[in-house]
Design a protein around this ligand. Structure first.
Ligand code: BG6
Length: 489
């Protein structure tokens, strides 16, 4: 389906996310001809700007965060004319009159009554703004209406459910587009294609051929200036509940009956239903939590988490989580899914490794007297691509084998930013790569007992050196099963 003209109403338009990602994404879509002529963007925030002032802010944001996108100033100016600004306090219902007038005025001049709302603001506002959209009349329109909502979606199951009820009193489930930006990543979207468009994978994609699966999302940054949020979230809520579990679902799901959003999401949800839940007592055998201490990165000494700005000096918030998960269904029985994610690690990299089972008997050996396993590695970030690790003869020797890689990698500049793909989909009404409520709720139900075990200190908090590859305990988690982490690049 094509993108129909609509009015895009962006709350939080002067914020960090808008400046870094959203404005550049919209402009790049404009350059690609994806923004219909009759589409206008109404930017909403609390600061005092007029249209001209906001366009200047947007131009500055482009200079800072997407300097290569603007090659012709005229083209930018044409785009900028599509943007308007409305100053308002989003929690104050009286202020919405102005916004209603502005949107109606725009609609009177364009051929559309479709409205796309995007809440790029602190989660505390999600429910209030949605209610205000309803009470001001903004959410009533003859065209279609959609709500894109940023993460985090709740703090635990109870708060997520409360939020969802608020949203659902205004919007239908199929009008709500919950963002998980990992689902906008090229190689995450590619997982399904790799699996379901290649006949060589399906026969081996199960516990008979696969030994274990490893999903790593490692970051070099620390908490930056987000302590007020991160202190209450930690790596478990910030990364595992959403991004990591999404990748688990994409790897483990059954083929959908059709390539339709609900068919695909139905299959993903089934993975979460099969995901083994841990009681708070069981968590310590399956989960490792860590927190970064001082260390050196790029030759610079960096502070420990507890020394960061606005972090409680005795904070026990985890900045690292590793876990051993099981998807208890026929396909995956007995195959561990190892996940790990952390801040202040040695590299910035997201990778998925599928490790295949060893040969039933070894005829050939490498120079260590072993035979390395076959691996399929899906590289999500920063390189986009994949490779298969095979064993082959070392040239000039008889029986000595060496690992070789069959590799495919995507040219970097060909890859769109995640937000461009997600906007494109939401504008077309395709919710495949947005999270449905049942996914979100089951993910919380899995995470809640783990969070509880953390709070109750049922497992140690391992301190790891900033710039290292994380706590050693995470290596032991795999060693117990005779496995090891494959390095990330
Ligand atoms: C966000 C988290 O959702 O994902 C951040 O809130 C994290 O803490 C980020 O840094 C990682 O995303 P990416 O795309 O850089 O891997």
């Amino acid at each position: 389906s094509k993108i129909e003209p609509h009015t895009f109403i962006l709350f939080g338009a002067t914020g960090d996310l808008a400046r870094r990602k959203l404005i550049p994404a919209l402009y790049n879509m404009y350059l690609r001809g994806q923004i219909p002529a009759d589409t206008r963007i109404v930017n909403v925030a609390r600061s005092a700007y007029d249209d001209h002032g906001y366009r200047t802010l947007a131009r500055e944001a482009m200079r800072e965060f997407a300097p290569k996108s603007i090659t012709k100033e005229d083209t930018w100016n044409d785009f900028a004319k599509k943007m308007f600004y409305c100053q308002l306090d989003a929690s104050n219902l009286d202020h919405y009159k102005k916004l209603v007038n502005m949107v109606e005025e725009i609609e009177a001049h364009s051929n559309t009554k479709n409205r796309l709302f995007y809440l790029a603001m602190a989660p505390d506002f999600f429910a209030t703004v949605t209610q205000n959209l309803q009470e001001s009349g903004l959410s009533h329109t003859e065209g279609w209406r959609r709500l894109i909502i940023e993460k985090p979606f709740g703090h635990d199951f109870a708060s997520a459910e409360a939020l969802n009820n608020e949203l659902r009193s205004v919007f239908e489930e199929d009008e709500i587009y919950r963002i998980d930006h990992y689902l906008g990543k090229e190689m995450v979207q590619n997982i399904e294609v790799i699996r379901f468009a290649n006949s060589i994978f399906e026969p081996v994609w199960n516990n008979r051929s696969i030994s274990n699966i490893q999903i790593t999302s490692s970051e070099t940054v620390g908490v930056e200036d987000r302590a007020s949020y991160y202190e209450h979230a930690g790596a478990l809520r910030d990364m595992v509940q959403n991004h990591m579990l999404q990748m688990v679902m994409m790897i483990a799901m059954e083929p959908p009956s059709r390539l339709k959003n609900e068919a695909i999401r139905d299959e993903k949800v089934k993975v979460l239903r099969s995901l083994r839940r841990f009681s708070p007592e069981e968590v310590k055998d399956h989960v490792i939590r860590g927190q970064y201490g001082v260390g050196t990165m790029n030759g610079q000494q960096v502070p420990a988490y507890v020394q960061e700005k606005n972090v409680n000096p005795s904070s026990e918030t985890e900045t690292y989580v590793a876990a051993k998960l099981y998807v208890d269904n026929f396909r995956w029985a007995g195959v561990p899914f190892y996940i790990r994610t952390g801040k202040r690690l040695s590299v910035k990299s997201t990778e998925i490794v599928i490790q295949f089972r060893d040969m039933p008997k070894h005829l050939y050996f490498n120079q260590d007297g072993n035979l390395g396993p076959n691996l399929l590695v899906i590289r999500v970030n920063p390189v986009e691509g994949m490779y298969i690790q095979l064993n082959a003869k070392r040239p000039g020797t008889d029986e000595m084998v060496v690992p070789v890689a069959m590799e495919f990698s995507q040219p970097l500049d060909a890859s769109q930013e995640a937000y461009e793909r997600l906007f494109y989909d939401a504008m077309r009404g395709d919710s495949t790569f947005f999270t449905r409520w049942d996914e979100v709720s089951l993910a919380w139900k899995f995470v809640d007992p783990i969070a509880e075990a953390f709070t109750e200190k049922r497992l140690p908090l391992h301190h790891y050196t900033a710039g290292s590859h994380g706590p050693e305990a995470a290596d032991n988690l795999l060693a117990k099963e005779g496995h090891r982490w494959w390095p990330v690049y």
